[in-house]
Design a protein around this ligand. Structure first.
Ligand SMILES: [Zn+2]
Length: 332
């Protein structure tokens, strides 16, 4: 499988897998035996991890979904933090990814410090498309092969990956640990190819580059305010447009994504007290019922994930979110 990157399509290994085998596949990916010329395998794995709950019911993710996350990460790392993703050779040539990003930056005359999420929707789509065309050729097959063909099937022509259901559950259960291993090896690689001044606070730079700033919550607040009763999801207090806040039911630090099925309206007090915790199971049942209404009312694409919220809740507990919260005094 050495030339995995050149594969046009491939199927995942379809047989029962033990946890040991699945850990071994990741151990190989993160070992020195896995050849690295660039950091892109780490970026692509991160894009998959951040999209785990955005698959359809067949566990398919499109290249557009994956490379939009991938582009965002690298835009911020390369242009905002100036972290090289490839060792500059004698000719000092840029990688395909760097070329694609610089194409976007120059075409739209964007300044260095502008984060990706601040670009217009049209610019984002254009730049993501360019990155996808350049990077899909090597990255998708390379990660496939380094994970021994266990994690996904893919088709470059169809522009999708389909996650192996056996691996899907494993990765969901150990998402936080896998993400941290990935960060560690990514940072080690970047330290090798960058100057000391650039790698100052490197882990923070990687982490920050993968996090969308949460600027669009007003949009969800208005939808939820219109469609559901204006009471705090947790304590039942009546909310006004001025006192309402949007709460990530499953903590944002675990989901790393803004999706309507994970949002509830809360009073500032509950939102503030709940913070990074899961709510009690009672509220999980309540949001599941709420989501059924949401699924019926909307044709928005979130139905598969909305139905999966109970599983995601359990996975969050598996990943260390063990303390649950409920409001103290219930006010009406
Ligand atoms: Zn409340």
């Amino acid at each position: 499988m050495a030339a995995g990157y050149s594969l046009k399509k491939a199927e995942y290994v379809d047989r029962p897998l033990s946890d040991d085998e699945m850990w071994s596949a990741f151990a190989f990916l993160f070992s020195s035996k896995s050849v690295n010329d660039t950091s892109y395998k780490y970026g692509f794995l991160k894009a998959i991890l951040d999209n785990l709950y955005n698959t359809d019911d067949k566990l398919v993710l499109t290249f557009d979904q994956l490379f939009s996350k991938f582009t965002e990460i690298y835009w911020n790392l390369v242009l905002k933090h100036h972290v090289l993703q490839k060792k500059p050779g004698k000719l000092n040539r840029q990688s395909e990814l760097e070329k694609a990003l610089i194409y976007g930056k120059e075409k739209y005359a964007i300044l260095d410090d502008i984060p990706f999420e601040s670009l217009s929707h049209e610019m984002q789509i254009d730049i993501c498309h360019k990155v996808k065309i350049k990077c899909k050729e090597n990255v998708v097959g390379a990660l496939y092969a380094d994970l021994q063909g266990l994690l996904y099937s893919f088709s470059k022509k169809g522009e999708w990956i389909r996650i192996n259901p056996r691996m899907y559950e494993f990765v969901c259960k150990h998402k936080v640990a896998i993400e941290k291993l990935n960060y560690y090896e990514w940072a080690k690689f970047l330290e090798r190819v960058n100057e000391d001044s650039v790698v100052d606070h490197l882990l923070s730079k990687i982490d920050e580059s993968t996090m969308r700033t949460r600027s669009s919550l007003a949009y969800y607040r208005d939808i939820l305010f219109e469609e559901f009763e204006n009471k705090c999801f947790y304590c039942g207090k009546t909310l006004t447009k001025r006192s309402v806040e949007v709460d990530h039911f499953i903590p944002w630090s675990f989901i790393k994504d803004d999706q309507i099925w994970n949002f509830v309206l809360a009073c500032p007090e509950c939102n503030n007290k709940k913070r990074d915790k899961l709510a009690k199971v009672f509220y999980l049942n309540k949001i599941s019922e709420r989501n059924e209404v949401l699924i019926e009312k909307n044709t928005r694409n979130a139905a598969d994930s909305a139905r999966r919220i109970k599983m995601i809740y359990d996975w969050a507990r598996n990943n260390g979110y063990v303390n649950t919260w409920e409001p103290g005094k219930v006010k009406q």
